[in-house]
Every structure is written in C-alpha cells, then in structure tokens.
Design a protein around this ligand. Structure first.
Ligand SMILES: Nc1ncnc2c1ncn2[C@@H]1O[C@H](COP(=O)(O)OP(=O)(O)OP(=O)(O)O)[C@@H](O)[C@H]1O
Ligand SMILES: [Mg+2]
Length: 275
C-alpha cells in the first residue's frame, strides 16, 4: 500500500485574508519505506505531517492510500488506523494515569475483543521495552520513555505508516538514539513505513528519500545524496551539509571528480583512493 499525496494545497484564514501554507505538494511513500521531510521553520512541515496522517484535509488535491499495480484502488486515510502521528512533545499526547492505560487509549474506540486489546498492549510494552513501567504514571517517566509510550500508543493501532513530527528533537542524544533505533526496528521487523519530519542530519541519512520544503513548496524529493548535491535545494531548504560533505566540496576544488561524501567513512574511503 502506498501513501500518496497528489497536488495537495492547504489554505488558512488569517486577518490579512487567505494564505496558502502548502502549495501543490506531491509525495509518494512506498510501503515499508523510510522518508524524511526537511525545511526551515514555517515551511509547512507539520502541516504536511497532519495532512499525510489524515488529521487535516487539504483545500485541494488528494491524500490517499493506493493499492495494487494494474487496477489500482485508493481510499481515504483513516487517522491513527492507517497512519499514526507522533508529535514533538510527548507531554501533549499522554492522557491516562498509567502507562498501560495510555497505550490502550486509542484502542478503546475500536470495539476490539478484550483479549485482542490486552494482547496488542502487551506486545507494544515488550517491543518498546516499557514492561517495567506499565503501572507508572506517564508524567514520572523521562522524556525518552514518554516518547516511547506515545509511539506505543500509536503502534497498538497497527498503522501501515508512522509519521514522526520532530519526535526526537526534545530528547538528549542517548534517548534520541534509543527512540530512533526503536523506529528503525519497527520498520525492519514490522514493515511499518516511516516519514520523519526532522532537522537532524543523522535522521535524514537513514531515509531512502528526502523531501525539502521551502515556503510551502516541495523544492526537492530525492535520495539524501542527490538532495545534498543540489546547491539551490540545499540553500532553499536551509540545509547544512555534514562536515564530511563540506570537506568533500573543498576537495572538489582540487580534484573535481571527488564524490560528495556524507559520512566520515565515505570520505575516508574516497580520500584513500586519491593518488
Ligand atoms: N491554522 C493556522 N492558522 C494560521 N497560520 C497557520 C495555521 N497553520 C499553519 N499556519 C502557518 O503555516 C506555516 C507553516 O506552519 P507549519 O507548522 O506547518 O511549519 P513547520 O515547517 O512545521 O515549522 P517548524 O519548523 O517551526 O515546526 C506557518 O507560517 C504557520 O504560521
Ligand atoms: Mg513543525
């Protein structure tokens, strides 16, 4: 199943009249893929995350799940069920008095058999390493643990896609790593497609496709390597190349064929091949 946004625009009413926050955005997220969205503050990333999750409806264009290759069927995105959204601040998403109840919260409306509900919450507790905290009040947890509870609450709904809107940006490096590793594991083991809205280069680098938003327009959609190679996209997206990338550009001054390396390992390999 592919999550497809087709020429989606989104308008808001302001005191100065209607303003278009997103303009004709196309996005195609393949089943089980990892993608990232980057762009300056106010470029429309969170709006796009909400549209892709079915929480907002575009002023024009379509957001749909598309199935099949020959005869395609498509349907609207059901928020939570098809696409789960995790926000930047876990405090805004935790609602119940214990971790276990919090994780089960979204399930309450699905009218599932009781055993199935218990099973799903149990699986999520194990998957995210939250078993020992199941009776804890969520507000007593650390930021990283809270974010894991928020992810667990999204996962029990068994969505095909997980959208993370700067979900690790308030965490310290170790908790960030932990949450990211968990997300990558969910992608590998359960085949959940991931869309990360992020400012963090390390999160961009694990994506197979990166979308660059600038002023509500998608100015780039390609592999990280290709996006970072396009000077105008880098500038419009306010992107900062990693150190190895900046060093590669300097090397290209002397050796024009030197590749754009985005990791220290790539850079070292390329440098060793110079003669
Ligand atoms: N309901 C609304 N009413 C008025 N303006 C809005 C509304 N929703 C979004 N905007 C405007 O749309 C633009 C994009 O907002 P959005 O939150 O999507 O940006 P963002 O890329 O997520 O920014 P950040 O990096 O700061 O999180 C901003 O200029 C914002 O003020
Ligand atoms: Mg945002």
């Amino acid at each position: 199943m592919t999550l497809r946004l087709d020429r989606v625009s989104y308008q808001v009413e302001t005191s100065a009249g209607a303003v278009e926050v997103l303009h004709d955005v196309d996005l195609e997220l393949a089943e089980g893929s990892i993608s990232a969205i980057v762009g300056p503050n106010g470029s429309g990333k969170s709006t796009l995350a909400r549209l892709a999750s079915g929480l907002l409806r575009g002023s024009s264009g379509s957001v749909a799940l598309v199935d099949g290759s020959g005869v395609q069927t498509s349907r609207d995105v059901r928020p939570g069920l098809d696409v789960g959204l995790v926000f930047q601040n876990p405090d805004n998403q935790l609602v119940a008095t214990t971790v276990e109840d919090d994780i089960a919260f979204g399930l309450e409306n699905l009218c599932l058999p009781h055993d199935e509900m218990v099973q799903r919450v149990d699986d999520a507790l194990d998957l995210l390493g939250l078993r020992n905290f199941c009776d804890y009040p969520p507000h007593r947890l650390s930021g990283g643990q809270k974010q894991k509870v928020a992810i667990a609450g999204v996962l029990v709904m068994k969505p095909a896609f997980l959208v993370l809107d700067e979900a690790t940006s308030l965490l310290d490096p170790s908790n960030r790593r932990d949450v990211m590793d968990t997300v990558l594991q969910l992608n590998r083991e359960l085949g959940i497609g991931v869309l990360m809205v992020t400012h963090l280069l390390e999160e961009v680098m694990v994506a197979s496709r990166v979308g660059v938003l600038a002023d509500g327009r998608m100015v780039g959609w390609d592999t990280p390597q290709s996006v970072f190679s396009q000077q105008s996209v880098v500038e419009q997206g306010g992107l900062v190349l990693p150190l190895s990338g900046r060093a590669s550009l300097l090397m290209q001054g002397r050796w024009p064929e030197f590749p754009l390396c985005l990791t220290a390992e790539e850079f070292t390999r390329a440098a060793c091949q110079l003669n």
